[in-house]
Ligand binder design. Structure first.
Ligand SMILES: *Cc1c(COP(=O)(O)O)cnc(C)c1O
Length: 407
């Protein structure tokens, strides 16, 4: 029987993961791993975490049966795991609370993080306010311009947002700046990484802080359907919401696990962020994993309508699950994600985050040919943050005389 995966003692999931960092960060990463292992085994830490996840973040989140969506499609029964109902609007708060508690336990009073679209920056600024920690967020200047509202939110929460002028002035450059800061200030500072990525122990630790999603969903579906689901579907940026909901189901070999990457405008290199569509293993940002690269080994340019999925590499545990065949990975393009968001909005009254709409699209595509099957789709976040992008891409709804067709 397959057991839920754990990295080996050097932080590898199969050949993937590991610790590819400057020498000065080796000891801090070992210290972090030790602190994390001690905290995981400490009932007091676990109780404080559980208490905050419940009373502050809003766990457990409901598992919701989409009756009208299911009937509209006429096939598999579709359930949503409602991470969109959490405080700050997405699953990211689970990990932010966990790491902030750990930083406090380690005596680190300064938190740094990087952010692309600003969602992880907002989650980090939120928990820093909650625990009274100093918060520095690195963000590319181009991203700051595109995400002004999130920059304002972070500042309102008391964080300092540092604009990064290097390179393409986006996420990749912000990560490099955050790493530079950490190297310099590692004794006082915790680096609060936002996805199941980076050097060991981050992919394992971030996964663990999110695995409540799968544990809750598994218990709820057993109660609601009297059996396990046939398929669990989640979108995959770095991979944290997907691994969080997959993990409890890995030993259930009859349960299909489906990760949905960003198919962007097309599957030509530079037009998407689907790492398993032409990506190859390489080392970047602390670990060995699948990434999109140019023929000479440089990180490729990526694109997705959804900022949270627009990233050049995927977490190492997904790389292993992919090679093992335990999870399958597919992609959804920008247009199909936008259509799925409208379908969900009009059949269920739920506007999904654009990231989550990629997973919803996959369920919509599969359901009609699988009557009798049961799906769980991870609704990783709510769509409020994406209103501007929806408006830009659905101009017909924004016209004064718009009268949309209903389902
Ligand atoms: C950030 C984000 C994602 C992508 O990150 P993962 O680590 O792959 O989960 C997905 N959905 C939402 C709503 C997000 O904010």
């Amino acid at each position: 029987m397959m057991t839920a995966s754990q990295p080996d003692s050097t932080g590898h999931f199969g050949p993937y993961g590991g610790r590819f960092v400057p020498e000065v960060l080796m000891a801090p990463l070992e210290e972090l791993e030790l602190a994390y292992r001690e905290a995981s085994a400490d009932p007091e830490f676990q109780a404080e975490l559980a208490n905050l996840l419940h009373h502050y973040a809003g766990r457990p989140t409901p598992l919701y049966y989409c009756k009208r969506l299911t009937e509209t499609l006429g096939g598999a029964k579709i359930y949503l795991k409602r991470e969109d109902l959490l405080h700050t609007g997405a699953h990211k708060i689970n990990n932010a609370i966990g790491q902030a508690l750990l930083a406090k336990r380690m005596g680190k009073k300064r938190i740094i993080a990087e952010t692309g679209a600003g969602q992880h920056g907002v989650a980090t600024a939120t928990v820093c306010a909650l625990f009274g920690l100093e918060c520095i967020i690195y963000m590319g200047e181009e991203d700051m311009r595109r995400q002004r509202l999130n920059v304002f939110r972070m500042r309102l929460l008391g964080a300092t947002v540092v604009g990064v002028k290097n390179g393409t002035r986006t996420l990749k450059d912000a990560i490099s700046e955050a790493m530079r800061d950490w190297v310099t200030n590692v004794h006082t500072t915790h680096y609060l990484l936002g996805s199941a990525l980076g050097a060991h122990p981050y992919p394992m630790m971030v996964r663990d802080f999110h695995k409540c999603m799968g544990i809750e969903a598994r218990a709820d579906i057993l109660q609601m359907e009297g059996r396990l689901p046939d398929t669990v579907i989640a979108c995959v940026g770095g991979g944290s919401n997907a691994i969080g909901i997959f993990h409890a189901f890995i030993p259930d070999e009859g349960v299909k696990l489906v990760g949905v990457e960003a198919g962007g405008r097309s599957l030509q290199l530079g037009e998407h962020a689907a790492r398993f569509e032409g990506g190859t293993p390489g080392v970047l940002h602390g670990a060995y994993t699948y990434m999109l690269q140019t023929p000479d080994g440089q990180a490729a340019v990526t694109h997705s309508v959804s900022a949270g999925l627009d990233y050049v590499l995927i977490g190492p545990e997904h790389a292993m699950l992919h090679d093992q065949g335990r999870a399958e990975y597919t992609s959804c393009n920008d247009a199909d994600a936008l259509t799925a968001a409208q379908t969900l909005a009009r059949t269920e009254g739920i506007i999904p985050a654009l990231e989550s709409a990629h997973a919803v699209s996959e369920a919509i595509a599969r359901a009609p040919s699988e009557p009798g099957k049961v799906y769980i789709v991870n609704l990783s976040g709510r769509g409020d943050k994406d209103t501007d992008i929806y408006r830009e891409n659905l101009p017909e709804l924004d016209a004064a005389d718009s009268n949309p067709t209903t389902f």
